[in-house]
Design a protein around this ligand. Structure first.
Ligand SMILES: O=C(O)c1cc(=O)[nH]c(=O)n1[C@@H]1O[C@H](COP(=O)(O)O)[C@@H](O)[C@H]1O
Length: 307
């Protein structure tokens, strides 16, 4: 079961963090960007090649210390098909480097369409008499606020392919409370979503006790994080919002169980853009990313011990 694979990687590296690959062309160090624009012009193709090379350089620098990467699809979609090709190549490279790959797609739609998404991102697509693999991520993020029939096709694909997913439960953004904190009947909406996520995963627990249905819970609401950890014993958490959005190591400690298991904390800009703070014009982007990843790991280690 796929969260077993992720938990094992986290334990082996003693590092419960994931690096978000959310590259804007302007995050790519100037020299690398120039090489791509010289070759392809200032075009979508040039930008897609630049972000792909940047991703590969980051992954080369991080693969022995960080267990997972999380490319966010929007940063690739904005470059059209060339961006999507860069994303597919990024996922392939990540897998070659041994990373657990979380495709951050946040999709949600009626059952038949959800099935198409899960075929493309996690499973296989039927082409004539053949079945072809498209993106082949290990895990995706999905928006389950359309209800369980929008989630179920992903669950079936995960069961068939030994993969897993994260359902948005309590998101990190400033407005997340507008709807997610509302009281419906006698329950808070995000807790209803958390309970649904845990319930839908029943019967899929792996060696470490986690269902294949995980939950996204933002670092920016630590008391909700603590409450959800107590409530959802079998649910693995993806915790975005550390660093650039203000979440701290002290905040994210509540995502973990007493063994220091059951959660992975994301940082995207904090790692990708670390070179912008060293004053060396980007020539040190790999070392800067590595230093930032080590600092994040050690920061969290002050509060969380992984058994
Ligand atoms: O699903 C997510 O990853 C996600 C959920 C959420 O509630 N908040 C959130 O920030 N994210 C994603 O996590 C990443 C955060 O990026 P940084 O703020 O740069 O670390 C982005 O890819 C967001 O799309």
């Amino acid at each position: 079961m796929s969260f077993d694979v992720l938990q094992d990687k986290i334990r082996a590296m003693k590092n419960p963090t994931v690096v978000g690959l959310d590259p804007k062309p302007e995050y790519v160090p100037p020299q690398m960007r120039k090489e791509c624009y010289d070759q392809y012009g200032e075009t979508l193709e040039g930008a897609a090649e630049a972000i792909y090379r940047f991703n590969c350089g980051l992954m080369d620098a991080l693969c022995d210390i960080v267990p997972a990467v999380k490319p966010q699809a929007a940063y690739y979609e904005r470059l059209g098909w060339r961006g999507m090709e860069a994303l597919e190549r990024t996922i392939r490279y990540a897998r070659e480097k041994g990373f657990f790959v979380i495709a951050d797609i946040k999709r949600g739609d009626i059952g038949s369409t959800a099935q198409a998404y899960s075929d493309g991102w996690l499973g296989k697509t039927k082409v004539g008499s053949a079945e072809r693999t498209a993106f082949d991520a290990d895990c995706v993020t999905i928006n389950g606020y359309m209800g369980s029939d929008a989630i179920q096709p992903f669950i079936e694909t995960c069961k068939a392919e030994d993969k897993c997913l994260f359902v948005l439960v309590k998101t990190s953004n400033p407005s997340s409370g507008e709807l997610q904190d509302m009281v419906a009947g006698d329950r808070v909406v995000y807790k209803v979503m958390g309970d649904l996520t845990e319930r839908l995963g029943r019967g899929t627990a792996g060696r470490h006790g986690f269902h294949l249905t995980g939950a996204v819970v933002g670092a920016t609401y630590p008391s909700d994080l603590r409450e959800l950890r107590r409530r959802l014993e079998h649910t693995f958490f993806l915790v975005p919002g550390y660093g650039a959005q203000g979440g701290t190591a002290e905040d994210v400690q509540y995502a973990f169980n007493k063994y220091g298991h059951g959660a992975i904390v994301n940082s995207s800009r904090g790692i990708m853009c670390a070179w912008q703070k060293t004053g060396r014009g980007g020539s040190d982007y790999q070392q800067a990313a590595r230093d930032a990843a080590v600092a994040m790991r050690d920061d969290i280690k002050q509060f969380v011990t992984i058994v």
